[in-house]
Design a protein around this ligand. Structure first.
Ligand code: SAM
Length: 323
């Protein structure tokens, strides 16, 4: 069985990119009157504790969501706008937080009311995974299909979704998400958003993603398909966005590719000569048929992710689109 557990990585810089993008997409796609089917092929546990053993051990949220919150000045607070600021306003005029990042923080505030009221990061206990983000935007006519293979995460996901009390609107299955996707395309009302977010723990995941997306576009060309991928020094990781771009271009689909690099991928050595693993330096989101509002939203948010999450002079972003 796989050893990857997203709880170790919850709230890291890759989650900031992925979830900010997901929120921007969901916000737009759920504005229409026609029912939307959302399919999350690799759902994870749904909710994560930022003060839990896994997250605290890895400390990855410190380089992601917690770093973002620490970067906020008192005048652009993590506070609910209705709440009274606890700190005096900053004298310097701060750069306004990009709306997409503000929406991301709003999501955290809703899940952590005490954090929302006080802006105190000590009260930020719960981090939403993609299923909770997706569910938040649905209206009665929409459906959410979640797939998770890991037995423990599947159990947590099922329990977390059960607590929402949303009945049959959300279906959870312990199935291979790559395979399961086929059975839902095309969706009944011919509107779908698919998030494909594997752990890439096994090398074959890269090829499975591109094959799965090719099959999905063939079955339902007008769906919105979002793929998260790691940018690491391995050929498959760099080939994946290229393959997805070729797929989109061949099928005359619009596409968008956003990447966020927070640090160098070079291996470092400590004073004893021991190699230090740098951790994930960068990741990307490739979207086929993106909402037309997404590029502008990310154009504003990505430079702020770089300035607020960047760790060295390699910190940067790219934003390309076509079609
Ligand atoms: N999408 C989640 C989020 O943003 O909160 C995180 C998902 S995590 C990166 C990937 C998840 O996929 C893991 O929980 C892993 O157990 C699960 N997984 C791995 N292979 C799978 C497969 N073939 N089908 C469904 N789930 C799978």
């Amino acid at each position: 069985m796989f050893s990857y557990r997203h709880a170790f990585h919850a709230g890291n810089h890759a989650d900031v990119l992925k979830h900010t993008t997901l929120i921007a997409m969901m916000k737009y796609l759920t504005q229409k009157d026609t029912a939307l089917t959302v399919i999350d092929t690799h759902a994870g546990a749904g909710l994560y504790r930022l003060d839990g053993d896994y997250t605290e051990t890895s400390g990855e949220a410190l380089e992601g969501v917690l770093k973002l919150i620490a970067s906020l000045t008192p005048a652009e607070p993590a506070l609910d706008p209705a709440a009274k600021p606890r700190k005096p306003a900053a004298t310097a005029v701060p750069e306004a937080l990009a709306p997409a990042l503000q929406d991301y923080l709003d999501m955290l505030r809703r899940l952590n009311p005490k954090f929302g009221d006080t802006g105190d990061v000590a009260h930020l206990k719960i981090y939403p995974g993609s299923p909770f983000i997706e569910q938040h935007f649905l209206s009665g006519r929409d459906k959410l299909k979640l797939f998770e293979l890991h037995p423990t995460d599947f159990k947590s996901l099922s329990g977390n979704i059960e607590q929402l009390g949303v009945g049959r609107q959300v279906a959870v299955a312990r199935e291979d998400g790559f395979e399961a996707l086929k059975t839902f395309l095309p969706p009944p009302a011919r509107r779908a958003m698919v998030l494909c977010d594997p752990s890439y723990e096994i090398k074959s995941d890269y090829a499975r993603v591109s094959d799965c997306m090719a099959d999905a576009v063939k079955r339902f060309a007008t769906g919105t398909y979002a793929v998260w991928y790691p940018l690491i020094p391995r050929p498959e990781a760099h080939d994946l966005p290229r393959k997805l771009k070729t797929l989109a271009v061949k099928n005359k689909r619009s596409w968008l590719d956003a990447t966020l690099t927070v640090k160098s991928s070079k291996l470092l050595t400590d004073t004893s000569g021991e190699v230090i693993r740098p951790g994930l330096p960068a990741s990307g989101m490739f979207i086929i048929n993106p909402p037309h509002t997404l590029k502008a939203a990310l154009q504003a948010a990505l430079p702020q992710m770089v300035s607020r999450l960047g760790q060295d002079r390699n910190a940067s972003f790219t934003l390309e689109s076509g079609g």
